[in-house]
Design a binder for this molecule. Sequence first.
Ligand SMILES: Nc1nc2c(ncn2[C@@H]2O[C@H](COP(=O)(O)OP(=O)(O)OP(=O)(O)O)[C@@H](O)[C@H]2O)c(=O)[nH]1
Ligand SMILES: [Mg+2]
Length: 439
Amino acid sequence: MSIIYALATPPAQSAICVFRVSGQGCLKVLPELFNSRLDEPRYFYKTEMYSRGLFVDSVAVVFFKGPKSFTGEDSFEVYAHGGLAVMSKIVEVFAALGFQEAGPGEFSKRAFLNSKISLSQAEAVSDLIEASSKEEASRVSMVLSGDFESQVFDFSGRLDALRVLVEGEIDFTDEDEVFVENLADLEADVSSLSAEFSSFAGACSSKKNNLSKPRVLIAGPPNTGKSSLFNSLLARNRSIVSSIAGTTRDLIDSELVLQNIVLTLGDSAGVRDTDDLVEGAGINISLSEINKSDLVILVFDAETKDSVSFFKKLLGESEHLLVYNKIDLSDERPEGFDLFVSAIKMDGLNDLRKLLDKQLSYSKSEPDLSYLVRERHINIFSEVSSRLDLVSTSIKSNESLDVIAENLKTCRDLLAEVVGIKTSDELLGEIFSSFCIGK
Ligand SMILES: Nc1nc2c(ncn2[C@@H]2O[C@H](COP(=O)(O)OP(=O)(O)OP(=O)(O)O)[C@@H](O)[C@H]2O)c(=O)[nH]1
Ligand SMILES: [Mg+2]
């Protein structure tokens, strides 16, 4: 396989950047690139990097001898200063050596192909990087730890044991050997396997719904301080603030990181009757966004507090928080609001953050679920469950053992696909292409 390289850290200015290189023969270039002798694998060397005699950067290097590496191949990592110019110099050095730029997920794909990790673990590595809450991360870690995989292997082993009985009975039908003493016992074994498998599959949920960040929309009448609240929560001036009602026209999104969860926060145009075409278009966006959001923060002030019931009707069943803003202007605290804040003075914002964190991490967590897996796993599990039910029915209705054997074999093959023992090149390509570069 070719020698590949990739920047494993984001291509942005930072304290350090890390490059990864992997492929048989890549260690031959170490004496040429670094001016220290690198004798010991897995040892952190502080040294200088050179290219054709020219200084590149002061770096640290660690190398790994295959198969004792992440990919299972010879590989090394370079820790350099995190400047964009340094990064591009190092890219040039590797390209000049004939190394190939790694595709998305290529390091993990090699690790999988060299049997360093299973397919479900490789997927979990990628999911862990994308996880946006601690709860998601810990459920993905359960897959990464191998716990999920050992359960899949356990079910596979039990399926094999059943297949031995059924296929033995088919193959040695003319001889004295008896594999299936009585069909009722076989059916009972299949049923108990099926019940246990269903409860295992029930403990898995797909990342499709879970890994998307919750959406929180700030909405309400014009001029109540929605954009001010948005900016104060983000701690930067992302949205324009002015004393003129109807300032925000478009939807503005940004990521908000809370203690337990990361969410997408949106600022929207204040809703009111207007003849202004552009403002009207913004209001229509606000209204349609309300339905797409997991939670709406409705912001009012002293001037607009009487329109709460109008907005509550507009929201219908949607989850919302009623926030009364501008408390720095008066001591009035009208009834019926969840929180009193001053966006400008940053008063009450920590309470709002805590409330959002609690409400959203609570609604996202499903306590009985242990594993966060991919949609393809969920599809496989539902196919296995229905085939096991089919096997039970076939035994009860005395169908031919061939049909039963065929369905058990399919279940076994499907489970092998979960951990990647039997996976087509096409599917592998699809799975790894969704990973990030350098992973
Ligand atoms: N005193 C005080 N004024 C505030 C506070 N929050 C916002 N304002 C003022 O209220 C006015 C409107 O603020 P914005 O944040 O633009 O309000 P908005 O709800 O986004 O307005 P539209 O985009 O027009 O719907 C500005 O003059 C702000 O300075 C606050 O907590 N206290
Ligand atoms: Mg605004």
